[in-house]
Write a protein that binds this ligand. Structure first.
Ligand code: FES
Length: 112
């Protein structure tokens, strides 16, 4: 797994949404209850920017049609039958990092 710096410095992990771009992917950093999560920023329903939504009860709510996604698992609410990708996060002294599988990792997983 490769770790990519998504934010320089410290983020206060109270509730916030911050859109970042890593390796060409649009991601959303979510601060919620003293933790930071990273999820895909594009809503699978119709492509809205989830970083324009809000976080409530551990769910990221889309600003367009209010579909909601668990920020830990990425699962959409029952009945939506969809999900958003989730990524591991490390808070280091110099910033916030997001873990992403490298191309080599993906090939290895395919042949396990
Ligand atoms: S675009 Fe997100 S719920 Fe419709």
């Amino acid at each position: 797994m490769d770790w990519h710096k998504a934010y320089n410095g410290k983020l206060n992990a109270t509730t916030f949404l911050l859109r970042v771009k890593i390796n060409g992917k649009n991601l959303c950093l979510v601060g919620f209850e003293d933790n930071i999560y990273a999820v895909g920023a594009i809503c699978p329903h119709a492509g809205a920017d989830l970083s324009g939504g809000w976080c409530s009860d551990g769910k990221l709510i889309c600003p367009f049609h209010r579909y909601s996604y668990d920020i830990k698992t990425g699962k959409g609410d029952p009945g939506q039958n969809d999900y958003i990708d989730t990524y591991p996060v490390q808070v280091r002294d110099d910033g916030v990092y997001i873990g992403m599988h490298s191309f080599t990792d993906k090939i290895k997983m395919m042949f396990k």
